[in-house]
Design a protein around this ligand. Structure first.
Ligand code: OVV
Length: 403
């Protein structure tokens, strides 16, 4: 990253954080970004960027100053048309944000989810048993990180079986569209009309089982907590944000456990307690959602720089989660650390409303694995899948030793 200090006191970088080199390994760029200053101007995209924990955290918790309603991708909805109707959760601010958020918080809250643990544990045990039966070498991405969420989450939402293979490609494309219209977006474009059409169709009341998260969203419309027009878009948020995020969180976790056998040993020794924090340490360490944008609602002073009203700021959640100003040995995947306060789920009023669902999926899968697996090790070169927003794995070959 070559930088110089402009007349406005903001360091300028010509780096492309959405180019293949930085997407493949963002860590050196993110380290420079943090060191260059609290705010950096990215001249390729004409946006500002923040990489330090302090400023990222502060901006995320200041929704009045840093809005989401102009979109949390590069596209500025004040001037450009979104590719799909904006999310009522992700791409709004109070007061519009309040009702959909309150409805979803309740449906996805820890109390409401507690009824799912027993059946998700049984599902995880069944999945792990059948994977182990098929052999001791397998791809942890397809066989576990993708298989488990796909087995439990669409059922929990209540969508039909037909077409579920579209969920991962939909998420992959959606998360690409938060970045610039580069080759990653082009790659998804040919199929997106068909895939998005399918996703939208699943949000209708008559498509949904009568006991899932989807039905509960529609029931909230019956009560008047949200409108009937809002209900299908709130269901769409589950299908948008609920699969690829968890899949990549689990992939990061499994990769961390395979690469650092001492962490697996630690988990094995205390699965009841560590199964819960392990996922959050993986989310801090890998930051499956690497970046989101905000938009300045007025001229914002940050660390001596001014971000003019209406301008986009790229918030590097991944850089903040490895900021040595905030974390000791930030690059270590360490189950002994307390990862709370990480910004991998965001922070403030938009902080991930589905995080309890993701943690529960992880807890079920880890408990099933810990009870059945003695050791888990890398058995080949893990391969990245590049995405403009997600830190993702294509495959993680592992070899396990059953207990
Ligand atoms: C956090 C997130 C990511 C992608 C989509 C959505 C939310 C949504 O609400 O549609």
């Amino acid at each position: 990253m070559t930088t110089f200090v402009s007349s406005t006191d903001v360091p300028v970088s010509n780096a492309d954080p959405f180019g293949p080199d930085i997407l493949d390994n963002p860590l050196p760029f993110q380290s420079e970004l943090r060191d260059v200053g609290p705010v950096v101007y990215l001249d390729r995209y004409d946006v500002f960027a923040m990489g330090r924990y302090e400023q990222v955290h502060a901006a995320l918790t200041d929704w009045q100053g840093f809005q989401s309603a102009a979109g949390v991708g590069l596209t500025n909805y004040l001037y450009e048309k979104p590719w799909r109707p904006p999310s009522l959760l992700l791409e709004t601010d109070p007061p519009h944000h309040d009702a959909p958020r309150a409805v979803l918080s309740k449906i996805l809250g820890p109390r409401a989810l507690s009824r799912l643990l027993v059946s998700w544990l049984a599902d995880a045990e069944d999945l792990v048993d059948s994977v182990l039966e098929a052999g001791t070498e397998f791809d942890a991405v397809t066989e576990l990180a993708e298989a488990f969420p796909l087995r439990v989450f669409p059922d929990a939402v209540g969508i039909p079986d037909e077409g579920r293979d579209k969920l991962l490609p939909y998420g992959d494309h959606l998360f690409n569209t938060f970045g610039p219209a580069n080759s990653l977006v082009e790659k998804g474009a040919p199929r997106i009309a068909e895939i998005a059409g399918w996703v939208d169709a699943q949000c209708a009341r008559n498509m949904l089982s009568d006991d899932g998260f989807g039905a509960q969203i529609w029931a909230a419309a019956d009560r008047g907590d949200i409108t009937y027009e809002q209900a299908p878009l709130v269901v769409r948020s589950l299908l948008s944000a609920g699969v690829d995020t968890t899949v990549n969180g689990l992939a990061a976790l499994l990769h961390g456990l395979a690469r650092y056998p001492e962490q697996w040993a630690r988990l094995r020794a205390a699965p009841e307690t560590l199964a819960r924090t392990a996922f959050d340490e993986a989310v801090r360490w890998e930051s499956p959602v690497q970046t989101f944008f905000r938009t300045a609602t007025r001229d914002m002073r940050v660390g001596g720089a001014t971000i003019p009203q209406g301008r986009k700021i790229l918030m590097f959640l991944g850089a903040a989660n490895r900021d040595p100003r905030r974390w000791e040995n930030p690059d270590d995947f360490d189950l002994a650390r307390n990862p709370s306060g990480h910004v991998g789920y965001g922070m403030g009023i938009h902080q991930c409303v589905g995080q309890h669902v993701a943690r529960l999926e992880s807890e079920a899968l880890l408990r099933a694995l810990a009870a059945r697996v003695e050791s888990i090790e890398l058995a080949g070169t893990a391969k990245r899948r590049l995405n403009n927003t997600l830190r993702s794995w294509e495959s993680i070959p592992v070899e396990i030793r059953p207990r």
